[in-house]
Design a protein around this ligand. Structure first.
Ligand code: ADP
Ligand code: MG
Length: 243
């Protein structure tokens, strides 16, 4: 569904992502994990075309992203960031309705879609009349997810979607999200810096370090056959936090 072909990204003298070749298969959930600043968000932003690669190519469904197809491709990708990334001056409902209204959906069509999604993400309809700051962190994320799913995209990109939540709420949402991903059969790429969360979600985990993918594989493979001392150290450091 997504692929990077020797794609890199530099900002001045900083290489946020070294030339990387990677593919994300349709219908799978993959996780990007690694220390802060290792290039996870940069990789995700390249996939959705928010930034352009300095070298190499990014493809969606086989097509290289270009100015000409970007809008059409964006509509096939839902994007969720930490805290939901909602517009504060719009109600939750208006946030979710924004893009479909812009695309010319009728009020009734938008309403029907929002009702379906509110049920899927377990958000009571009355909450949607609230402004983002009146909602809890978990509710904001549910709205962010609804907004991302409005156009029934083929893929979902989530950048630390649960990072700002309390542990209990986080655990609940993790379980719900995993069920939702399985039900919807979307191609999901999720960024986290928590190995337990990565293992929970991702069949394939890409462990990143300093703008490169250090190792890709299942959690079990990373655990049993770490490719480098960094992988071992990263997993061990996370274990210490987990106890
Ligand atoms: P992560 O999401 O893993 O924490 P990022 O992808 O956000 O990492 O950043 C990777 C590196 O690129 C970091 O060194 C960061 O400071 C740098 N970087 C990211 N975005 C920009 C930008 N817009 N301008 C300059 N440097 C950036
Ligand atoms: Mg980031």
């Amino acid at each position: 569904m997504f692929s990077l072909d020797a794609a890199s990204k530099t900002y001045g003298i900083i290489t946020a992502l070294h030339a990387t070749t990677l593919a994300f298969a349709p219908g799978t959930t993959s996780v990007l994990i690694g220390p802060s600043g290792c290039g996870k968000s940069t990789l995700l932003r390249l996939l959705i075309g928010l930034i352009q690669p300095t070298s190499g190519t990014v493809r969606f469904d086989g097509q290289p992203l270009s100015a000409g197809n970007l809008t059409r491709i964006r509509h096939r990708i839902g994007y969720v960031i930490q805290e939901g990334g909602l517009f504060p001056h719009l109600t939750a409902y208006e946030n979710a309705a924004l893009v479909p209204r812009h695309l010319g959906w009728s009020v009734a069509q938008v309403r029907a879609r929002i009702e379906t999604l509110a049920e899927q993400v377990h958000l009571p309809m009355d909450r949607l009349q609230q402004y983002p700051q009146q909602l809890s962190g978990g509710q904001r994320q549910r709205v962010g997810l609804m907004r991302a799913l409005m156009l029934d995209p083929d893929a979902l990109l989530l950048d630390e979607p649960l990072g700002a939540l309390d542990p209990m709420i986080r655990a609940d949402l993790q379980a719900e999200l995993r069920t939702l991903f399985a039900d919807l059969q979307k191609t999901v790429v999720l960024v986290t810096h928590d190995m337990a969360e990565a293992a929970f979600f991702g069949k394939t985990i890409h462990l990143m370090r300093d703008g490169q993918v250090e190792q890709s594989g299942t959690f079990a493979a990373l655990l049993e056959r770490p490719a480098t001392p960094f992988v071992t150290a990263f997993i061990q450091a996370q274990r210490r936090w987990a106890v």
